[in-house]
Write a protein that binds this ligand. Sequence first.
Ligand code: DHB
Length: 375
Amino acid sequence: MRTSVGIVGAGPAGLLPRSRQEIEATIRAGVLEQGTVDLLKQSGVGSRMQREGFVHHGIYLRFARASHRIDFPSLTGGRAITVYAQHEVIKDLVAARLEAQGKLLFEVKDAAVYDLDTQAPKVRFRQGSKIEELECDFIAGCDGFHGITRPSIPSRMRHEFTRVYPFGWFGILVEAPSSTDELIYAHHERGFALVSTRSPQIQRLYLQCDPDDEVKNWPDGRIWEELHARLESAEGWRLAEGRIFQKSVIAMRSFVVEPLRYGRLFLAGDAAHIVPPTGAKGLNLAAADVRVLSKALASFYKTRAEQPLKNYSATALRRVWRAEHFSWWMTSLLHRFHDETPFHHRLQLAELDYVVSSRAKAQTLAENYVGLPLD
Ligand code: DHB
């Protein structure tokens, strides 16, 4: 087989060996930056998102039992975010690709990439009992953190930067009415909690937990007890309970590989970088990578221009490192660290107080949260 650009991975994070059904059912984050929303619309895959997504104009920071609203439009020149689950984006992209007669191969096994430093890089894989080879002009490595493309770059050509956090998130989906009109990020002595949403009937909630915690440690009663405690508010606010129908533990890691290119292989999304979930940057960064890469590939095919492809890594990494910093900062601000001293805890509270009382600091949060303008 031959193609121009071979794409390894089918989102949300390197789900190449999995079925379409599994990919479309994997629960991930749900916050789209303004730029991601615009990109989906421009690409002609935004109509269901526009119908079913929820535009939010701010978030609440809750600490010391009080809520403080960060208003996005007034701090960012009118920008906002859209709550629309990542697996819904995936469904829309898969459907659009199939409708455009694009070839998508699900459930392939033993994928490997070869000849990356030649003019004809190849993807080899197994489908059922058949070994296939796909010869390409370029390969896009979009196969997630655990994928095969990044490790195919010789280790001497890869610089990796990592931070692993001493906690995880316990995430649930609940059948309940929403308790809040906008997301609540809560800092509490017992740990971080986050109230998000999926629809008027389904809510998405997260709790800071042990990094290697397990679902079996969290019976429903314990989940509600922790959520009520961490979200308590002097204003008499109350979280609505409901049937919990999905539970999972999410690891927290920061990771970047440099550069994002080796020969004719280009890495994008989680194959190249991971952010901790706080601030919901993961999918948005992947979309920003692919926007830069697709423009560079389009200009190569139009005019044989090499320069945009040469610039891809540096251009994408600039935004990646901004988002790495923001996600690390939000994570550091809002979580309890097992080794933290009372001094560190006081610094967190001072920083939170500053965010909600200084326009400059609130603006820093807001412009990063809604997403900086795309290149
Ligand atoms: C969600 C996830 C996040 O990581 C976040 O910061 C906000 C919302 C979500 O899944 O809704």
